[in-house]
Design a protein around this ligand. Structure first.
Ligand SMILES: *Cc1c(COP(=O)(O)O)cnc(C)c1O
Length: 414
């Protein structure tokens, strides 16, 4: 898919006069258009998307998604607070956490969130500290039944979820302890562009719904297909055909749920990446060039602004603004300022010749981008901006200052 930027070079230069680079910027109109397509793909179902807050924990983004009908998927107290501030409460929150403390469970239960348990030992833990809620979901780890991929790994090696025997044992325990409404969650594939794997997850869960119903007499109210839908990071990638995916899951629903008299069954998702990823950009400037054994371009952004390339060698497309149509005949490592040699946004990337001051846009930073930011090496997190539907720019988070960085230190006791 052709990678484009919803701005011209001149527009970005103008924005950077008010909001200095580096900054993250999100495209509201594109986010709305995409989520509408996703929801349309599941129009046939009683469907809800719980946006994974960890992907882009900015309340202004969550509010846009709430307006489009989404809930939130949270896994920590701060994420719950963001959700609450946006007015997303009650069963519009899915609490899909792991290694959870009871105060976090309690905060989620106080908000009326759906608790999605990661482990069978959390049943007595939850009962002891908070009590068992009426509605409860359990996270299934299919183990050797499924193969994962490089980001999430093989399910057998994955720390998440209940084994299959534990699913049955767990539901029985939960029912005996007073739970009344039940759901099953599964997350096995991450950043997957082949829609078949998402459809397979649905089929696997539909079959499990029947097994639980047959063996325990428990009627499952919802399945949660979780996240993991990929995005076309590379120009040669194609986005997942959401409408086709919805149709295929609908066919499976007819076969495995309706025909088996298990309907109605709600279908939930917790997508993050696919919902906002392609519609966020990290905007930076080239501030240095260096000619040693290789050619380097140094940016004013670094891996503290976007960790994925350094963390998993992830590809993020780069546009040199205003030079889109020039020959890409220079080979660069595009790097940040961290004292870590893996602080590279791109290695051996063919780009047009870059001059100091050029605006460099790094694509697909709208999910797991700013959110993964950190302060190592004294780096400050950037601002976040929103390109609104009316074309105006709004700052939706200011950049960190040195005072923010030092806020947890008390120099007076030195
Ligand atoms: C990270 C995460 C998601 C979102 O995953 P994406 O790949 O961004 O769609 C959903 N659910 C849980 C439990 C997660 O940890």
């Amino acid at each position: 898919m052709k990678k484009t930027v919803p701005f011209t070079r001149q527009e970005l230069i103008k924005i950077s006069e008010t909001y200095p680079t580096p900054f993250h910027i999100y495209d509201e109109a594109a986010i709305r258009k995409n989520i509408r397509t996703f929801l349309k793909a599941f129009e046939w179902a009683d469907f809800k998307e719980y946006y994974a807050v960890k992907a882009c924990p900015n309340p202004y983004i969550i509010k846009i998604l709430k307006e489009e009908g989404c809930g939130t998927d949270c896994s920590s107290l701060p994420e719950l607070i963001i959700s609450e501030k946006c007015g997303v409460v009650g069963e519009n929150i899915m609490f899909s956490s792991n290694e959870t403390t009871y105060d976090e469970y309690q905060a989620a239960m106080d908000l009326g969130a759906i608790i999605n348990l990661d482990d069978i030992t959390h049943i007595p833990y939850l009962e002891k500290h908070c009590g068992i809620p009426e509605v409860i979901s359990v996270r299934y780890n299919p183990g050797p039944e499924r193969t994962g991929n490089s980001i999430i790994g093989d399910p057998v090696e994955s720390k998440y979820g209940f084994t299959k025997p534990q699913i049955f044992e767990g539901f029985k325990m939960l029912k005996d302890k007073g739970a009344k409404r039940f759901g099953i969650h599964c997350f096995v594939i991450s950043n997957e562009l082949n829609r078949d794997s998402y459809v397979e997850t649905a089929v696997m869960l539909f079959k499990l719904v029947k097994e639980v119903n047959d063996s325990l007499g428990i009627k499952i109210e919802f399945v949660n297909l979780s996240g993991g839908i990929g995005i076309p990071y590379r120009p040669e990638d194609e986005p997942v055909d959401l409408m086709a995916m919805g149709r295929e899951i609908h066919n499976a629903y007819k076969q495995y749920i309706e025909k088996e008299n298990l309907a109605p069954l709600k279908i939930f998702s917790e997508s993050g990446r696919m919902v906002t990823g392609p519609y966020g950009y990290l905007v930076s400037k080239a501030i240095h060039e260096k000619h040693i054994y290789k050619e380097y371009i140094g940016l004013d952004a670094n891996m503290a602004n976007l960790m994925r390339p350094a963390l998993y060698g992830a590809y993020h497309h780069i546009t040199v603004m205003g030079k889109e149509n020039l020959p890409h005949n220079k080979k660069y490592d595009v790097v940040g300022s961290l004292c870590e040699n893996n602080d590279k946004f791109a290695i051996d990337r063919m780009l047009p010749e870059i001059e100091i001051g050029d605006i460099i846009v790094i694509h697909d930073a709208g999910a797991h981008g700013f959110a993964m930011g950190f302060n190592y090496n004294g780096k400050l997190r950037s601002s976040e901006l929103l390109l609104k539907e009316d074309g105006n720019i709004e700052m939706i988070r200011r950049g960190e200052t040195i005072d923010d960085y030092f806020a947890t230190l008390d120099f007076s006791n030195l």
